[in-house]
Design a protein. Sequence first.
Length: 374
Amino acid sequence: MTRAADPPPRSRPPRILISCGDPAGIGPEVVCAAWAATSVHGRASLRVVADAAMLAGVLAGRPGVPRLPLVTVTAGDDRPSHAAEILVIEPDGPSPAATALPPVGTVSAAGGRAAVAAVEAAHRLITRGLADALVTGPLHKEALRAAGHDVPGHTELLARACGLPDEAVSMMLWLPGTATGADPAGGLGVVHATLHESLRSAVARLSPAGIAAAGLRLVPLLTALLGRSPRIAVAALNPHGGEGGLFGTEERGLVAPAVDRLRAAGIDVAGPIPADTLFLRASRGEYDGVVALYHDQGHIPVKLLGMHRAVNITLGLPMVRTSVAHGTAFDIVATGRADATSMLAAIDAAARLVAAGWPGVTAAAGPAPSPAAP
């Protein structure tokens, strides 16, 4: 592990930007609800990056959303945020949300453009040193494609905005600890060795170096969240861990060498462990983190354990980015049923990571190598 130089003293409280995602989904609803409920206002200054007219329409026309006044501010405005009013920074240039707001619960190019415009504007502000973290609401991948953006989601969009290849970043789901958990102050982090892609593509992409890179990105993040060194495990790919090669040899050829690399780096790691028992053991506190080998292997158990309080965190970026762990939920838009718990957890996680100086602690892993790498 290497530690970057300490950042210069802040001249202002940490600033966290929040994007609403696709305006046709529940993103604006959970953002407004979380703004009114979060305690992070006391630890950081929040801003919503969005079209003010779109947000005003959400506040006026969707049930269950707090009716808060909106105040449009500039990027350099240092006033503190508080629960009584929403501070809004509008994306640069004409706002697609204002001119072509899509009907609620529909896939559209306008929704995709609005989501991307907010994320790109937030990234520019962070790059200029005017903000410290980004929390994103859910976008819709079909809407992205309709808007002409050939990216599967936020993870890849931000990687490319930072000048990184997709393989240089990893998806992680963070499940904060609860009062009834084995470690109330802890939680469970699950990093994915592959990104948004088909199962066939994900399995073909796996390599010992790529799996190890995901684990090397996970450990500093967990250290920042937990305040201690974590214990992690790497999931097996095949049923029963391959049964000694009867159900596949990937455990011996891909996963075990990755575990050896992580152990050689000084990480407290176990594996490969069959996924059907690994997540049960991790949920009981035996492990702080898990390296999952493909999307659903990690997402399904985390969402079963705590769908509404899970947080998506991107590892490998030179910035803090957290997100809700749910989608646009077009089927419940404007019904009053949207749950802001994940957005609240995402805002809290962003504040904790900024306070911990992450990603100042980084793994010397670099981009994940190609599938052909040893």
